[in-house]
Ligand binder design. Structure first.
Ligand SMILES: [Zn+2]
Ligand SMILES: [Zn+2]
Ligand SMILES: [Zn+2]
Length: 55
């Protein structure tokens, strides 16, 4: 039995796929990093290779 446990980070600009079990959770959404979860308040990216999100 295989359960789908991955989904795209809830940050709109982020292309990262996150593991639901280990994702940063906020307001019922799953994010790849604290910066994504907070909406990039400092303008920092998620630091994942190939991703250009900066809020
Ligand atoms: Zn990202
Ligand atoms: Zn992200
Ligand atoms: Zn992001």
């Amino acid at each position: 039995m295989v359960t789908v446990t991955q989904q795209k980070c809830a940050c709109a600009d982020c292309v990262c796929i996150v593991d639901v079990d280990s994702a940063v959770k906020k307001a019922g959404r799953n994010y790849c990093s604290d910066d994504c979860a907070e909406g990039h308040p400092k303008g920092a990216g998620c630091e994942h290779t190939g991703c250009v999100c900066h809020g």
